[in-house]
Design a protein around this ligand. Structure first.
Ligand code: AMP
Length: 567
């Protein structure tokens, strides 16, 4: 099969490596950058987030342009953190695995400078460095930059955020002016424009996903709550997504530690990452998180900088950052490498204005989230367990020695009793907590700007029912109807109430049954009609949601508050 990279003029050893890595087709940033650089190129500014494939975009052409007959430094790659340095160097080693003579080194602070000097003395072609350590090496005379032909500044906006501008100035002063300069950045603040004016000549500008824009693979949801409800909201949000793997961002070290301590005490698999920890402690936490041994990381922006993980399902802003571009960075950590993600912000009423500002920066709309009820959370968790139970791979051979003893011990329990006990065992914490924790709602600002967007959720089917608020419909009533006509639990997702009708989500596999069973009911003599929600019905709902509600703040009835999980 033809590999998409073959359309570029890449050498066979590089193509071979790309094939071995399983890259079949170039990612958008690669399609733009690789031909430009291989065709002679020049200076380049590429606006692209981490996770878009930018390392291979600059790495493959840089490797191809390296003259292996010379043992001199030909490319300098600057990166803000030691973790990113190590990552880039490791990627370049992967791409050059069939170029035996090629030598790449990563140099960064916090590691022995003597070892790095020894390595450099053996001769290197590509140096990947943090600015501070690089300057140190130059000042000690260990590194000669006079032969450098290409400088790459990766995550340039982060380097400036971290105060490396002066170091970058000093470094570039030592590199020949004839070099080409490639700048990669997730955002384009004024300082980056200044940097490019100062050091680059007519750079080609490539934008992946829009200038200063968040990735559209990320949904942005905000919950407006009172300060006293912030932590409870966090717990409900986390509980509502049983397979969550994400970062909870806080603003200060103290807040980070406090939130992490509370979550640990409440039985969550989390740890904290902030600047009061030693480098060794931080490395340990990051490694456990990368390995998914920790499900949630509570972190400050600065401490999380070194962490590069591609498969986060969620980012949670426990406190909003002051700077909108920091929000872009935070949310860009999810929805990477072709996946989708959710960025959640827990805010207070005063911060609603901030959301508008961030929406402008991102050019994306936020959804107003509804705090899940205890019942919804428990059923989501239970269905997740059921899913795992159904899909677990059973290795009969592995179990054959222990199963007879297990059967002997549990043989007296019938199937239903075993299921009940399994659920109690797994869900005691949730059931006990949500039996006592009364449901609560988001705060409203009275402006009527309650922009809940009706969307189709993955795994759920959206249904239409021809009764709405005017008929006394509420979540409690809907759940009551379902409980009344179905013999088993059905997982219900989002419910959007309108005056004359309601849209609600049920797990795909129950949709037909729910349509059939509810359609047999009557309300005060009127036939109830239930059907798959059409795009027009969803659009109509969205238009209604965006209209000022004229004093009526929310369609949800008061009973919502009182809803408790069944005992
Ligand atoms: P980066 O933005 O360079 O950190 O890359 C993000 C992830 O995408 C890394 O895990 C890369 O190995 C992977 N990747 C880069 N290019 C491709 C490609 N063309 N096809 C599939 N995966 C890729």
């Amino acid at each position: 099969m033809m590999n998409g990279f073959e359309e570029f003029a890449l050498s066979e050893p590089l193509l071979e490596a790309v094939r071995e890595l399983g890259f079949e087709n170039p990612m958008p940033v690669q399609s733009e950058v690789i031909p430009f650089l291989l065709g002679g190129g020049g200076d380049l500014i590429a606006l692209a987030q981490t996770g878009t494939g930018k390392t291979a975009a600059f790495g493959l052409p840089v490797l191809q342009r390296t003259d292996l007959s010379q043992r001199s430094v030909q490319t300098l790659i600057l990166s803000p953190t030691r973790e990113l340095c190590m990552q880039i160097a490791a990627d370049l080693k992967d791409y050059s695995c069939h170029l035996d003579a090629l030598r790449v080194i990563a140099v960064y602070g916090g590691a022995s400078i003597k070892n790095q000097i020894d390595e450099i003395r053996k001769g290197v072609h590509i140096v990947v460095a943090t600015p501070g350590r690089l300057l140190d090496l130059c000042r000690r005379g260990a590194l000669d930059l006079s032969t450098v032909g290409t400088v790459v500044m990766d995550e340039a906006d982060e380097m400036l955020n971290m105060g490396f501008l002066e170091d970058i100035d000093a470094i570039l002063a030592g590199v020949p002016e004839s070099r080409s300069t490639l700048l990669f950045s997730a955002t384009m603040p004024e300082e980056i424009e200044k940097l490019s004016r100062k050091y680059m000549r007519e750079p080609k500008e490539i934008v992946i996903g829009g200038k200063n824009e968040g990735t559209s693979s990320v949904r942005h949801i905000y919950y407006t709550v009172r300060a006293t409800e912030k932590y409870r909201t966090l717990k409900r949000v986390v509980d509502f997504y049983p397979r969550i793997y994400g970062i909870i961002f806080c603003r200060t070290k103290a807040e980070t530690q406090e939130v992490s301590d509370r979550l640990i005490k409440d039985g969550y698999n989390v740890d904290a990452l902030h600047g009061d920890l030693s480098q060794a402690q931080r490395d340990n936490v990051m490694q456990r998180f990368r390995l998914h041994n920790i499900q949630l990381l509570v972190a400050t922006d600065v401490a999380a900088r070194g962490l590069d993980v591609d498969d986060l399902t969620h980012v949670i802003n426990y406190t909003l950052p002051d700077d909108n571009e920091v929000y872009t960075h935070r949310s860009g950590r999810t929805g990477r490498a072709g996946k989708t993600g959710i960025s959640i912000s827990i805010i207070n009423l005063r911060e609603k204005k901030r959301i508008l500002g961030i929406e402008k920066t991102l050019r994306q709309t936020f959804e107003a989230g509804r705090i899940p009820t205890g019942k919804e959370i428990c059923s989501k968790q239970i269905f997740n367990l059921m899913d795992s139970l159904e899909n677990v791979e059973v290795d009969d051979e592995e179990l054959q020695d222990i199963l007879p003893a297990v059967y002997g011990k549990l043989g007296w329990l019938d199937k239903e009793e075993i299921i009940k006990r399994l659920v109690s065992l797994e869900f005691h914490r949730f059931l006990a907590y949500y039996q006592d924790d009364e449901d609560f709602e988001t705060e409203q600002d009275g402006s009527g700007r309650q922009r809940v967007i009706v969307q189709r959720e993955e795994g759920f089917t959206k249904l239409f029912i021809n009764i709405g608020r005017m008929d006394g419909m509420g979540p409690k009533e809907l759940l009551g109807m379902l409980n009344g006509c179905l013999r088993h639990e059905v997982e219900v997702g989002r419910i959007d109430l309108f005056t004359r009708y309601t849209l609600f989500d049920v797990k795909d596999e129950f949709a037909d049954e729910v349509i059939f069973q509810l359609s047999t009911l009557k309300l005060r003599g009127r036939s109830i009609k239930v059907s798959l929600a059409t795009d027009e019905q969803i659009d109509r709902g969205n238009k209604i949601n965006q209209k000022p509600a004229g004093g009526k703040k929310d369609g949800r009835k008061k009973e919502w508050k009182k809803k408790r999980p069944k005992k």
